[in-house]
Design a protein around this ligand. Structure first.
Ligand SMILES: Nc1ncnc2c1ncn2[C@@H]1O[C@H](COP(=O)(O)OP(=O)(O)OP(=O)(O)O)[C@@H](O)[C@H]1O
Ligand SMILES: [Mg+2]
Length: 443
């Protein structure tokens, strides 16, 4: 897509890096602009003036010496006098002539050379040559006089102020210190947000969330408090639901037991057999409700060997006479509620065995998730029913009249458990022609 998407893909993802960017960008821009203005205006101006004054001094000395050419003692006196006062190294070679030498200049050297030449062209009005040694920090300017060559050596500091470096260094240093302080403060600001995110994620996966400290900026505190309240409300709701279901199931058992006793006393009346069957069904259902209710209980999460668990479940199925094949990657572990997850796996496999003849199980991991595939060769579930079968008490038409006699809670319980672990459960087509149940769990 367009520019927006591209910019987005370049920008950092974490809040920390983003805030850092928000902070660094203006500092960096400020630095660039200040540096630019400083060098473009102030520094150029300064070096121009410095160069001009040195060049004027040289012009003055050149004039003086030219007036006393042919009188070496007087030339010497002038050279000594100006050299001392102006801190220049002055020498004069009578009869010599200027020979220009070409040499490479560094970037700094080129700047100094340019500034000097600009001034020299207008002020000295004689042939001249400039030699610059940046390392040794001196500049040598030779001027062709009528009768010889005047050479003036000046220290570099007379031509450009080193305060420019110091200014830049200060600016850089101060921004670094500012940045460091900002990073320190920002990390403290972001810590509570990160903690909140981790807590919410863990809670979503049904894992233990230790008490979350309400800390940080006002908005973060508000979010943390809202999260804590939400957690409490959800926990309470689950508890209430569990308690109600358990209570109802339990209360129903007593009259059912009484009815069973009364049926026994009725003897072999033809109506009695049908009623007995109904009572047996009701007992089975109540047992299932109780199981459903218990599934939500506060079982603690712990790191569990899922490979071993799956092998156990399959062994049980084999013992019951089922035809099972499997490819189980060994030693796959995850943080789960072991009893609940084992019930989930049992439900799924018993479904496959109930509605199909054979079952093939795969369990493997791809570093981030545990993947479980349960394939059977049964009739499968039509596409339009794949959502409904997860609703409690829903049973597909075909299974209604079967002797299998389920309640319709197997899949809802399995889904509840997987979702509470932060995983997903999907119904697909198996390569064997039946149903494939695809479960993914975070590690
Ligand atoms: N492997 C499967 N193949 C075909 N249909 C299935 C399979 N698993 C589940 N179903 C269909 O989905 C419905 C719901 O399954 P679920 O496990 O929730 O209930 P149940 O098996 O009927 O009863 P319960 O598991 O509570 O004893 C089943 O009635 C059945 O029609
Ligand atoms: Mg079932």
């Amino acid at each position: 897509m367009g520019l927006k998407a591209r910019i987005k893909s370049v920008l950092p993802r974490s809040l920390f890096m983003r805030s850092l960017l928000i902070l660094v960008t203006p500092i960096f821009l400020l630095q660039v602009i200040t540096t630019y203005i400083f060098f473009d205006r102030h520094w150029d101006d300064m070096t121009d003036r410095l160069a001009s004054s040195v060049v004027k001094e040289i012009a003055l000395i050149a004039d003086q010496i030219e007036q006393v050419q042919g009188q070496p003692e007087r030339v010497e006196v002038i050279a000594e006098y100006y050299g001392r006062i102006l801190e220049l190294g002055i020498s004069y070679r009578q009869g010599a002539s200027l020979n220009r030498t070409d040499y490479d200049l560094s970037a700094w050297g080129a700047i100094v050379h340019d500034t000097l030449s600009r001034q020299a062209n207008t002020i000295i009005r004689r042939p001249y040559d400039i030699r610059i040694d940046i390392q040794e920090k001196w500049v040598e300017i030779s001027v062709q006089l009528k009768d010889g060559v005047l050479t003036v050596v000046t220290p570099q500091r007379r031509l450009f102020s080193s305060s420019a470096y110091i200014f830049l260094l200060w600016m850089l240093g101060v921004s670094l210190v500012l940045l460091l302080i900002a990073v320190m403060f920002m990390r403290n600001q972001i810590k509570p947000i990160r903690r909140l995110a981790i807590a919410a994620e863990k809670f979503g996966m049904g894992r233990e969330v230790p008490f979350l400290k309400v800390e940080g900026a006002r908005e973060v505190r508000a979010a943390a408090r809202a999260f804590l309240e939400m957690r409490e409300r959800i926990d309470k709701q689950i508890q209430q639901r569990t308690a109600m279901l358990a209570g109802v199931s339990h209360d129903l058992r007593t009259p059912l037991t009484r009815m069973k006793l009364q049926m026994e006393m009725l003897g072999d009346h033809p109506d009695a057999t049908a009623l007995k069957q109904d009572i047996a069904d009701m007992e089975k259902m109540i047992a299932a409700y109780l199981e459903f209710a218990r599934g939500e209980g506060g079982e603690p999460s712990e790191r569990t060997d899922l490979s071993a668990m799956m092998t156990r479940v399959l062994d049980q199925a084999v013992r019951e006479g089922a035809q099972v094949t499997g490819a189980i990657q060994p030693e796959v572990s995850a943080v789960v509620r072991p009893v609940a997850l084992e019930r989930c796996l049992t439900n799924l496999i018993s479904n496959a065995l109930k509605y199909a003849g054979t079952v093939d199980v795969q369990l493997y991991t791809d570093e981030e998730t545990v993947q479980i595939l349960i394939d059977d060769n049964g009739p499968g579930i039509p596409l339009e029913l794949r959502e409904d079968v997860f609703k409690p008490f829903f049973r597909a038409e075909g299974s209604r009249n079967q002797k299998t006699g389920g309640v319709g809670l197997g899949l809802p319980i399995a889904q509840d458990i997987i979702l509470a672990h932060g995983g997903t459960i999907d119904l697909l087509d198996s390569p064997q022609g039946g149903l494939r149940v695809y479960v993914r769990l975070p590690m």
